[in-house]
Ligand binder design. Structure first.
Ligand SMILES: Cc1cc2nc3c(=O)[nH]c(=O)nc-3n(C[C@H](O)[C@H](O)[C@H](O)COP(=O)(O)OP(=O)(O)OC[C@H]3O[C@@H](n4cnc5c(N)ncnc54)[C@H](O)[C@@H]3O)c2cc1C
Ligand code: SF4
Length: 316
């Protein structure tokens, strides 16, 4: 690693006061530290925020502190009862050690990932680097302009489907941002937040009584791997009638993708015919990039399969 100064914050305000240009925040460090070791990030100062208390609080809405470990989210009786897909997604991140260290805030702000980028410096030197770091060419799209490294967080498609909001604290003050507005289609700069801005809390609106949902993950090894595709479903079912439906595809692109056109299914029964129609919409709108393991065509087909499986499970 490069040499850097290190400071530990006990409060969000202290963390902000310790920030300076060239600094980075570290929560659990499970994303940041591999990137520092691979010399993808060369911070001048590391501000540790992992000691700032997190926690899960249910009042009119569910409020989860950004530093809450993923395992705590997965195990929380409140999260499991109120929004089961969020607990499922947190439980599917990596393996036990990483879920114990990694935080929900770090998962939301995870850097984009790519087969040609998340490599040691020696590996990347041999390749001649790439557009996202020290190079001029994207090996995935085969051009000098666009980076399509994937937003690969498991909890993010679920948080989008649930309509979560982010509480931020930065040099310009406090603000709230719908998570749908956080991500851009640019793997080199995919987060619409200011430099130095902190994510302090994730707010999840209370779902309706008739809420049904799921999160499904495609990966090579169930014990640890990042998603090759993720699919979140948040629905309202009245008997077998669809009252509302949101679906979000993750790990395909730099930006998680809400499926369009689902409002046409509202009021229809959740039947084999409507499930096929929805699975078809998901398939048509999912265009995975080759920045992640597994062929794009196979991952696209799996989007259809995952949609079908997830929707069938809602009716049970
Ligand atoms: C082997 C391995 C497997 C993994 N598998 C998965 C997987 O299957 N699914 C998955 O989703 N992730 C996976 N991860 C990635 C990572 O472990 C998780 O995404 C984790 O939630 C990151 O949280 P963290 O607290 O460790 O983040 P950190 O590494 O501390 O931070 C990540 C980024 O967010 C910024 N940051 C963190 N918190 C804040 C905050 N509150 N305010 C402002 N900026 C902040 C940091 O500056 C950094 O840029 C894996 C990692 C490894 C090493
Ligand atoms: S998508 Fe292209 S530019 Fe982006 S990290 Fe991968 S190879 Fe580099």
């Amino acid at each position: 690693m490069n040499d850097f100064a290190y400071a530990r914050a006990r409060t969000w305000d202290e963390a902000l006061s310790l920030y300076e240009p060239g600094a980075v925040y570290v929560a659990g460090g499970t994303d940041l530290l591999p990137n520092v070791k691979h010399r993808l990030v060369k911070p001048a100062r590391v501000v540790a925020i992992g000691g700032i208390p997190g926690g899960i609080d249910l009042a009119t809405e569910l409020v989860i502190g950004a530093t809450t470990p993923l395992q705590q989210v997965a195990d929380s009786p409140v999260v499991r009862a109120l929004v089961p897909p969020l607990a499922q997604a947190a439980q599917l991140v990596a393996g036990p050690q990483i879920r114990a260290m990694g935080t929900l805030g770090g998962n939301v702000l995870l850097d984009t990932r790519c087969l040609y980028y998340n490599q040691t410096e020696g590996w990347r030197t041999a390749l001649g680097y790439c557009l996202k770091a020290e190079g001029t060419w994207c090996h995935v799209v085969g051009g000098p302009k666009t980076c399509v490294a994937a937003q690969s967080s498991d909890t993010v498609p679920v948080l989008l489907a649930l309509g979560a909001r982010l509480r931020l604290l930065g040099p310009s003050g406090r603000r709230e941002l719908p998570i749908r507005d956080l991500y851009r289609f640019n793997g080199m700069d995919h987060l619409a937040i200011e430099k130095g801005e902190l994510l302090t809390e994730i707010v999840v609106p209370r779902p309706p009584v008739a809420f049904r949902g799921s999160y499904q993950k495609l990966r090579t090894r169930d014990s640890i791997d990042f998603p090759q595709l993720g699919l979140a479903i948040a629905a309202e079912l009245h008997g077998d009638t669809i009252g509302a439906l949101e679906m979000v595809v993750g790990a395909a692109n730099p930006q998680p993708k809400p499926v369009r056109g689902l409002e046409a299914l509202v009021g229809q029964p959740l039947s084999p015919a409507s499930i096929e129609a929805i699975a078809d919409l998901v398939y048509k709108q999912t265009r995975p990039q080759g920045s992640v393991h597994g062929s794009e065509a196979w991952r696209r087909q799996m989007a259809r399969v995952m949609a079908r499986r997830g929707l069938e499970a809602l009716g049970r």
